[in-house]
Structures are given as structure tokens and as C-alpha cells.
Design a protein around this ligand. Structure first.
Ligand SMILES: Cc1cc2nc3c(=O)[nH]c(=O)nc-3n(C[C@H](O)[C@H](O)[C@H](O)COP(=O)(O)O)c2cc1C
Length: 365
């Protein structure tokens, strides 16, 4: 499997760079017979576009998607589905500086070493958050497939800087997450998060964040241990999102400080079915779904491109120097990454549903 492809049955292959002509994705393995239009994809891509200019990059891309293959008479045909998104609002000027003076915390240096300087560095090239538009496009198809089996996937921003939500969101709140700019489902925490973000922006700085995601309606027993366990595949695809530094399931990073008696989910019987009274494991045991909602936590670092003086090295003179980034950047990744995390979770689930035959290769009417 190539380094730019992911999945066993629902296989995505991503292509394109931040400032190239287009970026996009080929989805291979989608069952034939799924009703699909460009609008199905577009509504989700629109959710990834920058919100207010206070909280996101000033780069304004239309992100209009074109489906150029794999859909015939309004339905998927079973052939690979190729989706293309044009890059239009491109200004590569600031990136010339980063070529000589790599941004600390970004991939300028590592990419230059790996590709011998031949990589397209404009706009961060393949390492730009922009490539996640392709994840969202593929995820839109995965979500449609999953909705046929009653699966719903939602995410929201659960932390920005030192402001962390004080409770779990309700399902109705998760459904309204795109109604505020920080994409937090807990109404009473939105203002606090906005202030945290605004303070970072006013200081010419950026701020870290955490996205939590949930998938409802997953039956028990989904996953392929060992190396395609559900949590293995979810973590792998989530880590492909630029800026992700940790992925947790359920209580995640709280587990190390807990005793066994505190971290188990006790079994019970609910409406004649075996269930657990809590969901601390995040809906996965032994790499297999438990039947409780999947619950993941995704930690994003603060974006490294900031309007402050930072120390780096001039690669031509091999001397220490100062860099102050010019250009258009996101001060926080979480709010922009909510639809991306939803998409990645959906892609992995669709792949497993197809692998286990829960979704057939041809769909009836
Ligand atoms: C939606 C999205 C937008 C991003 N925007 C920026 C940005 O404006 N500036 C920045 O320095 N990093 C941004 N990032 C993160 C970088 O792409 C990432 O930190 C970089 O590629 C290095 O990879 P790593 O942090 O995973 O090691 C963004 C990431 C995502 C998912």
C-alpha cells in the first residue's frame, strides 16, 4: 500500500499540495448504487472552510468539489471515485523565507531533508492543513454509507488552551456544533473558549486544542485484531491529520492515574441486551467495538506559524537567525479540524463495515 493510501476495502488515495493547481482524493471500493452528488460532499467541505477571520486563516478558498469519475446517473458505479478541489486563493511569497529559515515546529526542515529539497514547499505543500479537505471529501461518502446502517458521527472542540468543557455534550448539542465559531457543543463554554483564542491572537501567538468525537450506533464486535483493530486503524488515520499529537480512547490520558476498580465498565443488561453501565473505555475492548458509542479525544498542538520572533537556523549560512512569520495562518487547529476528525472516524468505520460485510458491495434501491 502506498504511503498516500489508507484502508483495506474503502481505500482512499490523497493527492495535491497546498499551492498546487488542485488537491483531491480517489476513493476506491465504495459499493455501487449509493446515491451521490457533489452537493453531498460540498455541505461537509463548507464546514471545514475558515469561519471568522479572528479565529482562522485569512486564506479564503471556495473549496468547490468536482466529482470527475465513479458516479453515473446520480449513483456510485463501483469504479474509483475521483474528487478534485481547486486551489485558488494562493500567495506563496512568505514561503520563500521558510525555505531558507525553516519554521520551528513545522515540517519545513524534515520535508526538505526527506525529499532532498525537491518538495513543493509553497503553503507547506503536502504538510499543510489544506490537504485535510481531501479527507473531508472522502469522509462525506463514508458518512453516507454509514448512515444506511444508522451510524452517526459527531465531533466538537472540548478544549482550547486552558479552557476545557465542564461536562459531556448531549446528542442534540453535538448536532448544533457548527452554529458557533469555536465549534464547541457546550453552550456555556463557548464564550470562554472564544476569549482564550482571542487572547492568543492578540499576543501574536497560537493556542492548542482538543477535539472529542463520538460515533453512535456501532454494533459490538467491529474490528480486526491485531493490526487492524478498530482503535489501531482509528489512531492511524487520525494521526495523519497535521498537528495531531495524541489520540485517546474514552478516559484516554486519565487512565494512568486510575485503579482497575475505577477504570472498568461494569456489565449490565439493558432492554434484554448486554450493555455497560459506563463507557470509560471509549467503546473499544481488545480492539473490538463494545456496542457503546465510540469516544475519542484528539490533542492538537498550537500551530507553529506565529507572528512572534522565533529562533531558527539559516540553512544557507548555517548560522542562527530570527524568523517572524508573515502570511495567513490559523491560530488554533481544533475549530477547523472538527469536520476532519468526523471524516477520519467515518472513513475507518466504513472500511471496517465493508471488510466485515455489514455493508454489501452493491446496494439495492
Ligand atoms: C485544518 C488545519 C489547519 C492548520 N493550519 C495551520 C496553520 O495555519 N499554521 C501552522 O503552522 N500549522 C497549521 N496546521 C498544522 C500543520 O500543518 C502541522 O503542524 C505541520 O504539518 C507539522 O506536522 P505535525 O504538527 O503533525 O508534526 C494546520 C492543521 C490542520 C489540520
Amino acid at each position: 500500500m502506498s504511503a498516500n493510501s489508507f484502508g483495506r476495502r474503502f481505500v482512499i488515495t490523497c493527492f495535491g499540495e497546498s499551492h498546487g493547481e488542485v488537491l483531491g482524493v480517489v476513493v476506491d471500493g465504495c459499493p455501487a448504487g449509493l446515491p451521490l452528488s457533489e452537493n453531498d460532499i460540498q455541505v461537509l467541505l463548507d464546514k471545514r472552510r475558515p469561519q471568522s477571520t479572528t479565529y482562522s486563516t485569512l486564506r479564503k478558498e471556495k473549496d468547490k468539489v468536482r466529482i470527475v469519475s465513479g458516479v453515473f446517473r446520480g449513483h456510485t458505479s463501483g469504479a474509483p471515485i475521483c474528487m478534485i478541489i481547486a486551489n485558488e486563493d494562493v500567495d506563496s511569497t512568505p514561503y520563500e523565507a521558510f525555505r531558507r529559515k525553516p519554521r520551528p515546529g513545522h515540517a519545513d526542515f524534515t520535508a526538505m531533508v526527506r525529499y532532498g529539497g525537491f518538495n513543493d514547499y509553497r503553503g507547506g505543500g503536502r504538510f499543510s492543513g489544506r490537504i485535510t479537505a481531501a479527507f473531508v471529501a472522502a469522509g462525506a461518502i463514508a458518512r453516507k454509507l454509514l448512515s444506511m446502517r444508522g451510524v452517526e458521527v459527531y465531533a466538537h472542540v472540548a478544549q482550547i488552551g486552558n479552557i476545557r468543557v465542564r461536562r459531556q455534550p448531549k446528542l442534540e448539542e453535538l448536532k448544533k456544533v457548527y452554529e458557533n465559531d469555536v465549534r464547541c457543543a457546550i453552550p456555556e463554554d463557548v464564550k470562554l473558549m472564544e476569549n482564550e483564542l482571542k487572547n492568543a491572537v492578540e499576543a501574536g501567538d497560537s493556542v492548542g486544542s482538543m477535539v472529542e468525537a463520538y460515533a453512535f450506533g456501532i454494533p459490538p464486535g467491529l474490528g480486526d485484531p491485531l493490526f487492524h483493530s478498530l482503535d489501531v486503524d482509528i489512531a492511524a488515520l487520525i494521526f495523519a491529520i497535521p498537528g495531531v499529537k495524541a489520540v485517546g480512547f474514552g478516559l484516554g490520558f486519565d487512565f494512568p492515574s486510575m485503579r482497575g476498580s475505577e477504570c472498568i465498565d461494569e456489565f449490565t443488561v439493558r432492554e434484554g441486551e448486554i450493555a455497560t453501565s459506563t463507557n470509560k473505555s471509549g467503546g473499544v475492548l481488545g480492539g473490538l467495538s463494545t456496542g457503546s458509542p465510540l469516544h475519542i479525544k484528539v490533542a492538537f498542538k498550537a500551530p507553529s506559524t506565529i507572528k512572534k520572533n522565533v529562533r531558527t537556523v539559516n540553512l544557507e549560512s548555517l548560522s542562527e537567525t530570527i524568523l517572524k512569520a508573515e502570511g495567513r495562518y490559523d491560530p488554533c487547529i481544533g475549530p477547523r479540524a472538527v469536520p476532519v476528525v468526523e471524516a477520519c472516524l467515518s472513513i475507518v468505520l466504513a472500511d471496517h463495515y465493508l471488510s466485515q460485510g455489514i455493508i454489501p458491495p452493491v446496494l439495492g434501491d
